[in-house]
Design a protein around this ligand. Structure first.
Ligand SMILES: [Zn+2]
Length: 292
């Protein structure tokens, strides 16, 4: 597996402050290979994919985490999904060619919606914040501060090759700490990081460069990769939710029902026989209200 795509968690030894760094290259290239994005949209999506990778590392969950940046400007929707298996997928929708990278202008009065969907029937959680400041980093920091009530700062960078980010978070705990000022100092030190450093340095080099006077413990680095979670089964569920009449109407018009996954461009085709089976399985036990 490529070692260019790595999530690195770390901890400061003398105070409850933790960090996460992420760099994505092959993952980001896999996203960009599937759609041709105008540079400002690409920039926005790169920052969001790095931010979501960081966010997924701060949460204890098994399942999927979906971040949507919804807007009313030239960019209408960005979706990034992360799984607890450290996979990512991402897509952006826009309806006018934006010229500059300017978050408020790109999204209008946008908002960030975060949904956590646990794997094994746990409770789904959703959090929403308005856009903050003029960057994805500020919006994500704001979200984390509101949802976790913990001091959090996020730094992000993206270009056509890579997406990267760094997160610093104060951990809960009211025990007397040896170095109470460490969080502020670490944030201050991290403010000096430049986008080329975020994009160009390995996690280890970056941490050394920023915090060489601090005691930092690195956890084992974790590989991250692009993977789409679409499947024929999930498309079938989606078609079932549209209802028999709707799907049969499409079938009449087009001979077959074709659904393309917008994240990975995979096409799923259902012919007349498939469609019959789709709705015949409504008879399966455990599906309430479908016996006629
Ligand atoms: Zn897919």
């Amino acid at each position: 597996m490529s070692n260019s795509d790595v999530l690195q968690r770390f901890l400061f030894e003398h105070a409850p402050v933790r960090g996460v760094s992420v760099r994505l290259e092959a993952t980001w290239q896999a996203v960009l290979a599937r759609h041709d994005y105008p540079p400002p949209v690409r920039q926005l999506l790169g920052e969001l994919i790095a931010a979501v990778a960081l966010l997924s590392a701060t949460l204890k969950f098994e399942g999927r985490l979906v971040a949507q940046l919804q807007g009313h400007g030239p960019v209408t929707l960005l979706v990034v999904e992360a799984t607890s298996a450290r996979t990512l997928r991402a897509i952006a929708h826009w309806n006018a060619e934006p010229e500059d990278y300017d978050l408020p202008a790109l999204l209008g009065d946008g908002r960030l919606v975060i949904t956590v969907e646990p794997e094994n029937g746990g409770e789904r959680y959703q959090g929403i914040v308005e856009l903050a400041g003029d960057s994805v980093a500020e919006t994500m920091s704001n979200y984390l501060m509101q949802s976790e009530q913990l001091g959090t700062h996020v730094w992000l960078a993206a270009d056509e090759k890579q997406a990267a980010g760094l997160l610093i978070q104060k951990l809960p705990g009211d025990e007397v700490v040896a170095d109470a000022d460490l969080y502020n100092r670490v944030v201050h030190l991290t403010e000096t990081v430049s986008p080329p450093e975020l994009l160009g340095l390995s996690a280890e080099s970056l941490i050394k460069r920023l915090y060489h006077e601090e005691d930092v413990r690195l956890f084992e680095s974790e590989p991250v990769c692009f993977r789409c979670t679409c499947s024929r089964g999930r498309v079938a569920d989606m078609l079932r939710s549209l209802g028999s009449d709707e799907v049969h109407a499409i079938l009449l018009e087009q001979d077959q029902v074709e659904v393309a996954c917008e994240f990975c461009n995979q096409k799923y085709r259902f012919d007349a026989v498939d469609v019959e089976q789709l709705f015949a399985t409504d008879m399966s036990p455990g599906t309430p209200g479908t016996f006629h």
